[in-house]
Design a protein around this ligand. Structure first.
Ligand code: AMP
Length: 113
């Protein structure tokens, strides 16, 4: 857990969120400012700032995030969707705790993601 990290606060339960899935490695929440009918964020419980900071030991976790995205999308009967990771400020990342966007269920405002 990193002090001052909003997603660490959500994972710890100190900041409220709309949680749709949780297991030992990840939490999935609804995005507070959705850019599509369905806009979920897959958050690893372990704090990692960004994809650019990944180490070899994180490979399993990143694969797990994709599998969780598929599971949640199946549960929501999404026929198609986008998975997106913004990397660093130059890549549009605003919250520096790795998160995967899952967008679907209709038109997606990708330019705003
Ligand atoms: P990114 O630009 O990839 O860092 O995306 C950060 C995302 O986090 C944005 O889509 C925000 O709407 C979302 N977000 C920020 N704060 C919260 C929050 N408290 N609960 C849910 N989503 C949030």
């Amino acid at each position: 857990m990193k002090q001052g990290c909003i997603f660490c606060g959500i994972i710890a339960g100190a900041i409220s969120s709309s949680k749709v899935y949780e297991d030992d490695q990840v939490v999935v929440i609804n995005d507070i400012n959705p850019k599509a009918k369905v806009h979920l964020l897959i958050l690893p419980k372990r704090h990692i700032d960004s994809v650019s900071e990944l180490r070899d030991l994180d490979e399993q976790l990143m694969g797990h995030m994709i599998f969780v995205a598929k599971k949640v999308a199946d549960e929501q009967n999404l026929k198609g969707y986008k998975l997106l990771l913004n990397v660093n400020k130059e890549g549009g990342q605003v919250v520096f705790h790795i998160h995967m966007h899952l967008l679907g269920g209709g038109p997606i405002k990708l330019s705003e993601c």
